[in-house]
Design a protein around this ligand. Structure first.
Ligand code: GDP
Ligand code: MG
Length: 449
């Protein structure tokens, strides 16, 4: 891409009043605009902060502030850029943008600065997505994981895989084009290369699942009969008295959701109304919500009173959740173990008041949620459904190519599949990207980013 011919501008700081507001400019007219609209005693030097006056198109002073000029290609977008830091008044920032537009700049659309950076080769498409993920991260660990994606490591890896595919394709093409001179490629060797490619892609997909986990967290529904100690367990895991605890059955009638971090992963704990058959109307509505919470949660944490013989409700709940990911916790072990079912060897027997029990519950959540090993947040990983799709398509094509090879079919079928895999991976790095695709990706950015 040979540069853009227009110059864009936008307020980069959030709307509203703040300490400072930052107005950004990028494009070929940047230096001329800086000359005209910023006046300082010392001339503006590349990448030095200068203090001076921000002017309007008639030379009137809008504000005093700081300007930083960056010269292409050493800037965020890869173009000449200017950042004007003015007092954090929306009126002033808007006035600065207005003056810039009056002098020839254009208002930038969402993500347009980053889109230019991508177009000019400053970052790959995967890293561009990471910029938006950092900004929208909901937890410290999600921000760290997104940051790992900023470096371009994943794109490099995917480009390596594409290069291997391209080399194979070239080899296949040569034997297709010159069947008399070039011998057919060795099928065993091609198969071995495809096996390596497939395992690299499968690893990418596994790492991607970990990233998704960190971003989205894991939901745990705490369910069980009234008075089993569900709210007590929630409070103990949170380390605070969030839910009302009482000896009166049916105290919790609504679902309460709170998050805790386990191994850096956000775990959303949903405390629910106890499940029992004879309930009043209000309580029945709570039980209805419990059923929904149970359905949508990744893990069911079933709390039963282990000191009492099991009730039919407890048995029904155990039966209903037999085939899903669940943790069975027999509470109130300090009062006895009459209700502990010997047939459930993985159940936790203990007390919501006992720190050792809480450790066991946390470990059980970690084991089901992410295999018990703290996820590695520093490794770049697939981050969007679009990227997962692309890798899945590439894997599918490679699988079909392997099957074709094994069946001894013609080389041109294999080449067609490898071509597909090569193209699919190009969508991850952005080496292949249509305008529609880019529109969709950058639409979720803020203006000024
Ligand atoms: N002895 C004993 N009592 C408990 C334990 N856990 C909870 N309780 C008590 O059991 C009653 C019901 O607890 P709560 O958390 O409200 O149960 P929920 O209805 O399942 O939410 C309360 O009086 C708690 O203090 C425990 O481990 N041992
Ligand atoms: Mg409760």
């Amino acid at each position: 891409v040979n540069g853009f011919d227009d110059t864009i501008t936008a307020i980069a700081t959030p709307p509203g009043v703040g300490a400072i507001a930052v107005v950004r400019v990028s494009g070929p007219q940047t230096r001329a605009l800086a000359q005209r609209l910023f006046r300082s005693r010392q001339p503006l030097r590349e990448r030095y902060a200068a203090y001076g006056e921000v002017l309007d198109e008639r030379g009137g002073i809008i504000d005093r502030g700081v300007a930083i000029l960056s010269i292409a290609p050493h800037s965020y977008t890869g173009e000449d850029t200017l950042e004007l830091q003015v007092h954090g008044s929306p009126v002033i920032a808007a006035e600065v943008v207005r003056a810039l537009i009056a002098c020839g700049a254009r208002a930038a659309g969402p993500g347009e600065f980053t889109r230019r950076a991508f177009a000019l080769g400053k970052l790959d498409l995967h890293s561009a997505g990471a910029v938006a993920d950092i900004i929208s991260a909901q937890s410290r660990s999600a921000a760290r994981a997104a940051l790992a994606n900023l470096g371009g490591g994943l794109a490099n890896e995917v480009r390596g895989l594409r290069a291997t595919l391209a080399a194979l394709l070239e080899e296949l093409a040569a034997s297709l084009d010159f069947p008399d001179e070039v011998p057919d490629p060795d099928r065993a060797r091609v198969t071995a290369t495809l096996n390596e490619l497939a395992s690299a892609l499968e690893r990418l997909r596994r790492d991607g699942e970990v990233g998704r986990l960190v971003r989205e967290g894991v939901s745990v529904a705490i369910v069980g009969p009234p008075n089993a100690g569900k709210s007590s367990l929630l409070n103990a895991l949170l380390g605070e008295e969030r839910a009302l605890v009482s000896e009166i059955a049916g105290t919790t009638r609504d679902t309460i959701e709170e998050s805790v971090a386990i191994d850096g992963v956000r775990v959303r704990l949903v405390d629910t109304a106890g499940i029992r058959t004879h309930a009043d109307r209000l309580e029945a509505a709570g039980i209805e919500r419990t059923a929904r919470a149970l359905e949508s949660a990744r893990i069911a944490l079933i709390v039963l009173d282990g000191s009492q013989p099991a009730t039919p409700e407890a048995q029904a709940l155990l039966g209903r959740t037999r085939d899903r990911d669940r943790i069975v916790f027999f509470n109130k072990a300090d009062l006895g173990r009459a209700g502990v079912a010997a047939a459930l060897p993985n159940a936790i027997v203990g007390s919501a008041r006992d720190p050792q029990t809480l450790i066991a519950v946390r470990a059980a959540i970690a084991k089901i949620g992410w295999g018990g090993q703290a996820p590695d947040l520093e490794r770049p990983h697939l981050a969007s459904a679009r990227e997962f799709d692309a890798v899945n398509q590439a894997l599918g094509a490679i699988d079909r190519a392997r099957a074709t090879l094994a069946a001894g079919d013609a080389i041109d079928f294999i080449a067609a599949e490898l071509q597909r895999a090569h193209a699919a991976l190009g969508h991850v790095t952005g080496d292949i990207a249509t305008e529609e695709l880019l529109d969709g990706i950058f639409a979720r950015f803020c203006i000024g980013k």
